[in-house]
Write a protein that binds this ligand. Structure first.
Ligand code: BV8
Ligand code: ZN
Length: 241
């Protein structure tokens, strides 16, 4: 593994444009449950039951209960040294894009300034009617929060299954995937679209593809380097300049 670590470090140091894609696995060592792991979030709940507009339509209280539970899990966790290493790396680079599928906000708390949160952020909520957005809402959301401006229901400002991603954010993520000289994919099962497509977009544009994951994924066969390790084991080593 050390040889691969050294090689990955060299590639990143010599890459003019670096793009990183993270998934739930980068937050696992902070104590945030992943989605598809053995104790995964979806293990107890089916995504289709809760993280969809239909579920919210059908039972907004249940969906808010699910997000309040996840917010309560997140309120006691802190970024780990993988989040922190990426935040430090960002300061050393003119061109660096961090794309995350995570809604936990841990990259921002670690100090990363320019994060593409393609699936939104669990600490934000928005009005279902007038579009008012409340950011970094740490209060108790209660059972059914309503919009101060118009009285309509508030919803978590996240992208649910079956919902389109924000067009600008998606374009930026695709461009960062096409234009990078290397892409490092950390802690994702590479199942959810369109995020799972970004590494292939990078590869197709001749980028060097590095994967960090203790388990193999559908992406592993296409990665130039596949590091079978955890985020906190590998990320600080390959990004420290
Ligand atoms: C869309 C926010 C257009 C909400 C999330 C059939 C085929 C293909 C696609 C589809 C299909 N049917 C439907 C679709 C589209 C669907 C999709 O991809 N479904 C999947 C399930 C097949 N996608 C969508 O709906 C997207 N929208 O396509 O719009 C459209 C419009 C209308 C109609 C149709 C299409 C929207 C997707 C966004 C959904 N929202 N999150 C919330 O969080 O509550 S996705 C959710 O899953 C999270 O964001 C999460 O990040 C994401 C992906 O999961 P991972 O991050 O990869 O986490 P996972 O647990 O799976 O894996 C963790 C990995 O970490 C593992 O590999 C593990 O080995 C590793 N790991 C563990 N420990 C560590 C570690 N790695 C490193 N270190 C460790 N210590
Ligand atoms: Zn409103």
């Amino acid at each position: 593994m050390n040889m691969l670590i050294e090689k990955a470090k060299e590639i990143i140091a010599s890459s003019e444009k670096v793009t990183v894609l993270t998934g739930a696995g980068i937050s696992a060592e902070s104590g945030v449950p992943t989605f598809r792991g053995k104790d995964g979030l979806w293990h107890n709940y089916r995504a289709t039951d809760l993280a969809t507009p239909e579920a919210f339509e059908r039972d907004p209280s249940l969906v808010w209960e699910f997000y309040n539970w996840r917010r309560s899990l997140l309120s006691s966790v802190t970024p780990n040294n993988a989040h922190e290493a990426l935040a430090r790396f960002e300061k050393t680079r003119v061109v660096f894009t961090l794309i995350t599928q995570n809604i936990d906000g841990l990259h921002g708390r670690a100090g990363s300034k320019n994060v593409l949160e393609i699936h939104g952020n669990i600490w934000k909520m928005r009005c279902t009617s007038c579009g008012t957005v409340i950011i970094d809402y740490r209060g108790d959301v209660g059972s059914l929060p309503r919009c101060d401006a118009c009285g309509a229901l508030m919803r978590p400002d996240v992208v649910w299954f079956g919902e389109s991603l924000n067009a600008e954010v998606l374009t930026e993520a695709f461009n960062a995937s096409r234009e990078c000289s290397s892409m490092i994919v950390v802690g994702t099962s590479a199942v959810v679209q369109p995020a799972a497509f970004f590494p292939y977009e990078a590869k197709h544009s001749q980028a060097f593809l590095i994967e960090i994951n203790p388990e193999a994924t559908p992406l592993s066969g296409d990665a130039d380097i596949s590091l079978r390790g955890t985020a906190t084991e590998c990320v600080p080593l390959i990004f420290e300049q």
